[in-house]
Design a protein around this ligand. Structure first.
Ligand code: F6R
Length: 242
């Protein structure tokens, strides 16, 4: 793993955005793997800035998001589709039809998961997968468990994950109980992985993921088995690394 520590959020975000931009410069048709949540927001801001300056185009690129809540229509303000439109897609020249977010409101979720994996198979592999990490070590919504699924699947969100995400909803009970998430196998198929982590609350998860044993109880530790992972950390997140 290539681990880099930054003193400012701005520099961390810029470093993440630079990776995406250099990929798109060398491969305009790149397939991007995208995450939601607080972690990638700064990178998306920088990407919008660089697009506006004419430094990058997304017109030939495509994207696959990691996850989506079950039961929220795509146009719900807290859906991950809305998040992506708001923070990135609406501000750049990406073809909306080439942006993929699992449909957590599909009538047949098993079929939706299988179709998402088929699209990834047909249009992938993902060139660069952006990830955040949960304070319990989850990536995507692959929660710690005795075993992990390879493909896209429906997952029950753990109480701690629902609590952490309650900040985006009016009431804690509005946070969906389930999500559709790409599996660990799908995530690890990406050619390169960019893990973004900020804040001391994630320091223990970062330590477990990077220096701990590879275990399904810390899904991010599986990243140790990937040959091309870049980790961008702030000082808080790096606090417990040797
Ligand atoms: C989001 C996702 C999650 C988040 C993680 C960290 O698409 O897959 O794994 O990356 O929960 O969330 P934040 O960045 O909000 O702390």
């Amino acid at each position: 793993m290539n681990i880099l520590k930054f003193h400012s959020d701005e520099d961390l975000a810029q470093a993440g955005a630079n990776l995406v931009v250099s990929l798109l410069q060398s491969k305009p048709k790149a397939v991007l793997g995208l995450a939601t949540g607080s972690s990638p927001v700064g990178v998306y801001e920088k990407l919008v800035e660089m697009y506006r300056k004419g430094l990058v185009s997304f017109s030939k690129a495509s994207s696959f998001n990691l996850d989506e809540y079950v039961g929220l229509p795509a146009d719900h303000p807290q859906s991950y589709r809305s998040f992506m439109n708001q923070h990135l897609f609406s501000h750049i020249d990406i073809d909306m039809a080439a942006t993929h977010v699992p449909d957590g409101n599909a009538a047949d979720l098993a079929a939706e998961c299988a179709a998402y994996d088929q699209m990834l198979e047909d249009q992938g592999p993902v060139d660069l997968q952006i990830l955040g990490i949960g304070s319990n070590g989850h990536i995507g919504f692959n929660e710690p468990d005795a075993s992990l699924s390879g493909g896209t699947h429906v997952v029950d969100l753990l109480p701690g994950t629902r609590e952490a995400n309650a900040r985006f909803f009016d009431k804690p009970e509005d946070v969906p109980n389930q999500a559709v998430t790409m599996g660990i196998g799908g995530i690890l198929k990406a050619k390169q992985i960019l893990l973004l982590v900020r804040g001391e609350a994630k320091a223990e998860a970062v330590r477990q993921a990077i220096e701990g044993p590879i275990t399904t109880q810390c899904p991010a530790s599986l990243l140790q088995s990937h040959p091309n992972v870049v980790v961008l950390l702030d000082e808080g997140a790096a606090k417990w690394l040797k």
